[in-house]
Write a protein that binds this ligand. Structure first.
Ligand code: AMP
Ligand code: ZN
Length: 112
């Protein structure tokens, strides 16, 4: 998509701080980290929101990629949090599907 921030990262128009890449996914450090490790994992194919994700295999691989990165960062055993925000009430700011991987500190449950 032309004016999608994360698509521009896929095409190389914007250069994120990449931590992982393969044919289907790109992972990079969040510009405004909420934890010592805060990585965003995106499918390279533009999908606006979780509501639009009709590819179960891709969704499964997206989550597996998050777990794989947690292992690579050495936080899998201590634990981590994965988050997908969807639409306005979910707090989604960038309308290109992404998983937040947060780790490196104790997460506290917050409904807000
Ligand atoms: P969400 O609210 O789930 O849509 O999350 C969007 C995330 O994208 C936020 O955590 C932002 O800090 C992050 N973000 C926005 N712009 C950039 C950027 N240029 N590079 C890396 N992360 C970004
Ligand atoms: Zn996009």
């Amino acid at each position: 998509m032309n004016d999608c921030l994360f698509c521009k990262m896929v095409t190389g128009d914007i250069t994120p701080d990449v931590v992982f890449e393969n044919d289907e996914f790109l992972a990079f450090n969040d510009i405004n980290p909420q934890a010592p490790i805060h990585v965003l994992i995106i499918p390279k194919r533009h999908i606006s929101t979780l509501n639009d994700a009709d590819d179960a295999l891709l969704l499964g691989k997206l989550m597996q990629t998050a777990a794989q990165l947690a292992k690579q960062f050495g936080v899998a055993e201590a634990g981590y949090r994965t988050v997908i925000n969807c639409n306005a009430h979910g707090g989604q700011a960038v309308y290109h599907l992404h998983v937040h991987l947060l780790a490196g500190r104790q997460m506290l449950w917050s409904p807000g």
